[in-house]
Design a protein around this ligand. Structure first.
Ligand SMILES: NC(=O)c1ccc[n+]([C@@H]2O[C@H](COP(=O)([O-])OP(=O)(O)OC[C@H]3O[C@@H](n4cnc5c(N)ncnc54)[C@H](OP(=O)(O)O)[C@@H]3O)[C@@H](O)[C@H]2O)c1
Length: 364
């Protein structure tokens, strides 16, 4: 049964309310100028859109009476958030891009033993088996950790989902994303919906979609995307995308929280970051993570270093002031390192293939 957008949103609200437990150019054009991009400043409005709440603030409670869903605010004490389908997701986790199977195994065990409860991987990272082994070694009960993986376009079907379950050696995946807006992503989304019905997956979402591709999925969907994972860091803050997806109650999850492996030192050395970090007796990495969390971004810093992983968990015992948030928000340049994601033309496909080759991604 097809619904119009408003009916869909209203049914999404009912869905959320019933508590069922069960980077691209376009982004840049949707992103507000730096002065307006502080979600905590109370100026979080986009003139082109119906007013929406911003996750991490009191405005954005699910089921508000404007007809939109709205994402829930972050619980910055316990480190969780309620997704738009009523399940709880940790807001800080470990990213495993660029980690070998063995590195993923060790780092996942270290992360879980350090108290991190969210692990992010993908079929394309070729390390799901290491993630699964790391989970087993940590021995944390299944209902106390949360695993995200992503399907690659060549496997946007139930076989891809079953392969992820096998590789991870899990009975269910907490959050499954379509990695790229490429191939048969509508068919892939429907396969994920079927996997939710089958009890193989608890929540589903997207990664690297433009707003129009996002809407295309929503129009064909019967389950709203719970999360959209996009390139998000100090120089590419994604405030416009965050507000756009909030109408569906979808939360933004940021990849490259430190700007990625090649750029993280540049971000750590920014004078603004250094000064704010010193003022709190925290490291630059902790300061940036805290900025993400206070901005309402679920964040998944990547690391293969046990000390860094432990350090990255220590971000719930301090708070950035509104002024400090404004200073960091002003670093926005709407500058993605991978601006072509979300574009489906042939040139973009070729570029994606090139990156995949460079990064050794397992995309076939
Ligand atoms: N959906 C997508 O298309 C997509 C794309 C890219 C990434 N991702 C996801 O997002 C995650 C994060 O991105 P990323 O890992 O590429 O980049 P990142 O998190 O921005 O940066 C990782 C870099 O930060 C360093 N680091 C981590 N904690 C540190 C600390 N406390 N002090 C100093 N250095 C620290 C790491 O080095 P050490 O290893 O030495 O700690 C590594 O060099 C990925 O792992 C992946 O799960 C998704």
């Amino acid at each position: 049964m097809k619904m119009n957008r408003r009916q869909f949103l209203l049914s999404g609200m009912a869905f959320a309310a019933s508590g069922i437990l069960m980077a691209c150019e376009e982004y840049a054009s949707q992103t507000l100028p730096p002065s307006e991009s502080n979600p905590l400043s109370g100026t979080s409005k986009d003139d082109n859109q119906t007013e929406t709440g911003v996750p991490g603030t009191e405005e954005g409670t699910p089921g508000e009476s404007d007809g939109f869903v709205h994402a829930a605010p972050f619980d910055l004490v316990n480190g969780n958030v309620l997704l738009n389908n009523g399940i709880e997701m940790p807001i800080l986790g470990l990213g495993t891009f660029n980690l070998s199977t063995r590195e993923a195994q060790t780092s996942v065990t270290n992360a879980l033993n350090s108290g991190m409860r969210l692990i992010d991987t993908a079929a394309a990272y070729n390390n799901e088996t290491g993630v699964g082994a790391g989970i087993k070694a940590a021995g944390v009960p299944r209902d106390q950790f949360f695993v995200t993986t992503k399907l690659w376009p060549s496997n946007y079907n139930m076989n891809g989902i079953d392969a992820a379950l096998r590789n991870l050696d899990l009975d269910y995946i907490d959050l499954l994303l379509l990695h790229q807006p490429s191939g048969d992503y509508i068919g892939g989304y429907k396969a994920m919906e079927q996997a939710v019905a089958d009890g193989k997956v608890r929540a589903i979402g997207l990664s690297n979609f433009s707003t129009s591709q996002f809407d295309e999925v929503v129009a064909a969907a019967s389950i709203l995307p719970a999360v959209h994972q996009v390139e998000t860091h100090l120089h590419n803050q994604q405030a416009g995308m965050q507000r756009y997806i909030d109408q569906y109650g979808t939360l933004l999850e940021g990849w490259f929280p430190f700007g990625g492996r090649t750029n993280c030192q540049t971000f750590f050395n920014l004078p603004e970051v250094q000064e704010i970090a010193a003022g709190h007796g925290k490291s630059p990495a902790q300061t940036i993570i805290r900025w993400h969390l206070q901005s309402g971004h679920i964040t998944i810093p990547g690391s293969r270093n046990a000390d860094h992983i432990q350090e990255n968990t220590q971000v719930f015992d301090f708070e950035l002031t509104e002024e400090e948030m404004s200073v960091l928000n002003a670093l926005n340049r709407n500058a993605a390192f991978f601006p072509g994601l979300g574009v489906t033309d042939e040139e973009a496909q070729e570029r994606m293939q090139q990156w995949a080759n460079e990064w050794g991604l397992n995309i076939n």
